[in-house]
Design a protein around this ligand. Structure first.
Ligand code: NAP
Length: 352
């Protein structure tokens, strides 16, 4: 018998879809993926420290709550609670990315979601039932498939960049920019698109100075956004420049970057407490090639406004895999919920 709902992906979109599908008695089967350098189960949030903007999670004694809610055999996966955040003698910090994702996973498990720790390596959407192929074992047949495999931030690929991830190197200013390590310090943003300008503008509220490092002499960002950056007295654009090396130590994290010119051999060092990458994202859609309509960057295209429909009937897409614009945990959760409701209605319409 084909599955009613197969969900691929274990970020906010996948778990939210699972919670809704499970509560609708659709007995969802979710493939959560295996660890890889650029993407791990629980999605991009698993790379983040504190999450201060997910509604419903104000700072507090989060660890006590997480430990009370998440099954004991997964406590080993929880990062240490941040030190030095206390109020009235109690721990007081915002939920960490992994904690939030473990809570979502637990909520999906509580309603009966079946979770498989494997990757889907290919799909066959040419007929019905739909087929998904895990890395190990037989293909799984399904009446509906929800794709929630997310996207991964692009990095420059420097060894020093890798070394300082979570020690000052980040690909999400909105997630990490307000952390104390970055306050009133000089910061670097790399990129020249709308994201880079937006992140630089956001960081400028907290930072001493933001250096926007762009490899050309003209921004790719829309004119109005570019103008905003150029006119912001706290943003200094370093044109025709690339990052040569991220410098620092294990204790302080990032302390400076070395830049190299893209037009001559010049190099210079700029003091900075953080480096934020805004050089685009890559959606995790390689396993879908040729099976669904995607845009030129490989993002799945929703075919109808305010629906999670894709070009194949019965296949729905949720979260960053179909969204290169909002890219927030809470919007991913929202579209995950929508995909489950769309799948439920599709199954009801087909009498399945
Ligand atoms: P993007 O438009 O693709 O820009 C990426 C930027 O990174 C480009 O300036 C590119 O340089 C630079 N870059 C790429 N690889 C690099 C490398 N290896 N080293 C150095 N620089 C590199 O991506 P995005 O800014 O994330 O925007 C994605 C989409 O979301 C766009 O359609 C954008 O308009 C939209 N968006 C809109 C808003 C808004 O309206 N508020 C905000 C954010 C994003 P080059 O210019 O030299 O190629």
């Amino acid at each position: 018998m084909p599955e009613h709902v197969v969900i691929i992906g274990s970020g906010p979109a996948g778990w939210s879809a699972a919670i809704y599908a499970a509560r609708a008695n659709l007995n969802p089967l979710l493939f959560e993926g295996t660890p890889k350098p650029e993407m791990i189960p629980l999605g991009q949030l698993a790379f983040t420290t504190e999450v201060e903007n997910y509604a419903g999670f104000p700072a507090g004694n989060i660890r006590a709550f997480v430990e009370s809610a998440v099954a004991k055999d997964r406590h080993y996966n929880l990062p240490p609670a941040p030190k030095g955040h206390e109020k009235d003698g109690q721990p007081h910090y915002a939920v960490q990315g992994v904690e939030l994702m473990e809570l979502m996973k637990q909520q999906a498990l509580n309603f009966g979601t079946r979770v498989v720790g494997d990757d889907i390596v290919s799909v066959d959407f040419s007929g019905k039932p739909l087929k998904v192929q895990p890395a190990s074992g037989d293909a799984v047949e399904a009446h509906t498939v929800i794709i929630a495999t997310g996207a991964r931030a692009n990095y420059l690929g420097l060894e020093s960049e890798e070394r300082f991830k979570n020690l000052g190197v980040s690909a999400c200013a909105v997630c990490d920019g307000a952390l104390p390590r970055f306050r009133n310090k000089p910061l670097i943003v790399v990129g020249g698109g709308d994201s880079a300008v937006e992140e630089a503008t956001y960081l400028a509220k907290y930072a001493e100075t933001v250096y926007l490092v762009h490899r050309r002499d003209e921004l790719r960002a829309s004119k109005i956004m570019a103008q905003r950056a150029i006119e912001n007295p706290k943003i200094d654009i370093l044109w025709n420049s690339e990052i040569d090396e991220v410098l620092g130590d294990e204790e302080q994290g990032v302390t400076s970057v070395r830049l190299k010119s893209t037009v001559d051999d010049a190099k210079k060092e700029v003091a900075a407490a953080g480096m934020f990458l805004a050089i685009g994202h890559t959606p995790n859609t390689d396993f879908l090639k040729g099976q669904l309509h995607m845009n030129d960057k490989g993002y799945i295209q929703w075919t109808t406004a305010f629906r999670t429909y894709t070009s194949v009937e019965g296949v729905f897409a949720a979260g960053d895999v179909a969204d290169d614009y909002y890219r927030q945990a809470i919007t991913s959760s929202g579209t995950g919920c929508m995909a489950a409701l769309d799948a439920e209605r599709y199954l009801a319409d087909k009498g399945l």
